[in-house]
Design a protein around this ligand. Structure first.
Ligand code: ADP
Ligand code: MG
Length: 240
């Protein structure tokens, strides 16, 4: 058994009186892609925001690569995040967007350009380097968002429904592309979706979430073949 790389213990978050996260435990190994699958409103985005440091916890601890990051500022966490709606800077070119985080970290122009070209090749968008986001398709914008978050070499990548706003056909090709990039880079990834097909095809492991708790954690095969509760069975579509 290998050690966990990202470890969440007893993560709790309340908004007003209601517990939106109710003691979430989750361990992810290095290079693993784990999908958090659950219905709208069950707390998926809140959990990612807690890991990224964008939302303060009410309880629990987070460790990344054997370092406690629970109280660290978002900048120091080495966590990359891609959101559902393309959050690119509209006034920066594709290259400008990809280089943004490197510029913020004071990395010189030559090194920035070198890494930017590597990432443009990775997402297969070299000819678009000088275009602006609004000149790109939704799928292309999400590939740029992915490259931008990878540019700073995060230890863990958080993907919050990155495909949900896209057409079905682009969604399918992009999920293959994301999985290939993730494997090639051995990038530890927590992928959030409410789409069971996406979860079943992309993941090393699936954690099914409901009402602020992880209700089942297992391989796609196990979750599909042996759902532990009726909720999981219905949600995964193996209930009949
Ligand atoms: P999901 O991503 O699974 O759809 P969210 O994490 O976005 O779910 O939201 C979980 C619950 O927390 C929802 O009921 C939502 O309304 C509530 N919530 C999320 N963010 C806030 C906030 N900033 N203030 C109050 N309630 C919030
Ligand atoms: Mg969400």
């Amino acid at each position: 058994m290998s050690a966990s790389y990202l470890e969440l213990r007893g993560i709790t978050k309340r908004f007003g009186g209601a517990a939106v996260l109710d003691g979430v435990d989750l361990s992810i190994r290095e290079g693993e892609l784990v999908t958090l699958l659950g219905p709208s409103g069950c707390g998926k985005s809140t959990l990612l925001r807690c890991i990224a440091g964008l939302t303060e916890l009410d309880g629990g601890r987070i460790r990344l690569n054997e370092q406690e990051i629970t109280d660290m500022s978002p900048r120091n966490r080495e966590v990359g995040m891609v959101f559902q709606s393309y959050a690119l800077f509209p006034n920066l070119t594709v290259a400008g967007n990809i280089e943004y985080g490197l510029r913020m970290r004071g990395i010189g122009a030559k090194e920035r350009a070198r890494r930017c070209e590597e990432l443009l090749a990775l997402i297969d968008l070299e000819p678009k380097r000088d275009d602006y986001p609004q000149q790109l398709s939704g799928g292309q914008q999400q590939r740029v968002a992915l490259a931008r978050s990878l540019a700073v070499q995060p230890k863990v990548l958080l993907l919050d429904e990155p495909l949900s706003a896209l057409d079905a056909k682009i969604r399918r090709s992009l999920r293959t592309e994301i999985r290939e990039i993730q494997k090639r880079m051995n990038m530890t990834t927590l992928f959030v979706t409410h789409d069971q097909e996406e979860a079943l095809t992309m993941s090393d492991r699936i954690c099914v979430m409901n009402e602020g708790r992880i209700v089942q954690d297992g391989t796609p095969e196990t979750i599909y073949a042996s759902p532990r509760t009726e909720f999981v069975a219905r949600f995964i579509g193996s209930y009949n």
